[in-house]
Design a protein around this ligand. Sequence first.
Ligand code: NOJ
Length: 533
Amino acid sequence: MGHAPTVASMIWCNSVVSYNYCKFQWLLLCCFLFLAHGENIKRSDFPDEFLFGVGTSAYQIEGAYLEDGKSLNNWDVFSLSPGTIRNGDNGFIADDHYHQYLKDIELIQSLGVDTYRFSISWSRILPRGRFGDVNPDGIMFYNKILDELVSRGIKPFVTIYHFDFPQELQDRYGSWLSPLMQEDYVHYADTCFKNFGDRVKYWTTMNEPNLFTQMAYQNGRYPPARCSQPFGDCPAGNSDTEPIVVMHNMLLAHGKAVNLYRRDYQHEQGGSVGIVLDCLMYEPLTDNELDQEAARRGLAFSIGWALDPLTFGDYPSEMRQYIGNQLPQFTSAERKFMRNSIDFIGVNHYSTTYAKDCLYSDCSISANRATKGFLDTTSERDGVQIGELTGISSLRVVPRGIGEVVEYLKERYDNKPMFITENGYSEPQTEGQDQDAIQDFKRIEFHQMYLSSLAQAIRDGANVKGYFVWTLMDDFEWIIGYRIKFGLYYIDRQTLARVPKMSAKWYQDFLKNNTQTPVIRLSSELVHNKADS
Ligand code: NOJ
């Protein structure tokens, strides 16, 4: 059989877990691969200069929530109120990366990746935002990480803000609902550029502002948990208007920070800067022109909402058409610095949904909303699911979607460089099956199929420069806590030991261009490219 484990991999195996257990896993993997069939996806199917990486975010892994001068942030405070996070989990210890960063960087290096995406904890380096001093211990922590990465030849790919900020900014003026947050953000970004920019060639200003506005101000499930009916039942908030205000402040904060970077740092430091968006793909529920239009609106109201202002200087025409009177105006000076304020697009892509028209068709009251683009979403068409279930029910496995979304971005944004900043799989939850989590064949299958679809999009001309697996290790998955696992490494929650899953070994092999691992096609959802559809 062509998939027999090599001596080297057995040595690897022996070094990480019990030898017999590992042998057993290898046997399973071999059987699995033997039964499977399909084309190969190889590292060499991607351009030579293409970057492969793995990603994390500060709050999801660091822990040490009150150590060495870090202040309480929005997630610390949120998780202290009962009932907010599943199982009462929190990020106080998380994966203890703050203390185990060296070991984690060794794991990252052992995967053989070119780059590592991580975020900086705002409250660790500026515990009181711009109302207090820079915390030297916080700066030192990220300096150590950057130095380690650079000395090992791993390119740092740094997210400045990934959902966590000092609680003081919430308490003082309501954080992102206020334009004052723009000033705090620019001060924070400036602190990052000044201290870390000599080693960082890839910056992203923010992670998923489009998802954040929805989760924090529309359905009220992320802090500061604001919403109104029919989206949710929060003590305060307005789900129809606040997301729009928050996004406006975030976009202006981005634009101002990028302007500052380009003026004061970019020439000397030679880095590039982008933004990361949640890029869910929308397909029409039916062939009907109304649903096709709804799918186009879905993309414009989620992706275009952020990327149009940062590319063309204004909100999408689709949004102006339907909610023009609700959208804030950019001044002409703002349009000027917003336009072309990204060097690349960060694409977080996991799944695809069907879109159904609500402008001319009957929909539920919560779907038929202006801020959502007057459309409903569903994963089911004629009783058939769009793809296999994952640990997050809205994220079905739909490999073709990554090619489709990249194609959409290519057309709409003149093929601006893109990085797939996140793509990953969490298995549907089962009670007490931690051992199974290590034999994560479904995760391998997921990455192979999505990579195949992506490789085809690149062959079709999409300007995609890199791909990051989400995530290095199981972590604090926000309101779902530790039960949902996306990692290549399993974390034993008692000992915090890192245990490699089969997917870690697969990624390692893939990056060595091991051509023996086939695309595994056991699920009903097959990769199909434009030509098939
Ligand atoms: C996107 C977010 O950036 C990340 O923090 C999260 O863990 C993944 N999606 C999975 O839900």
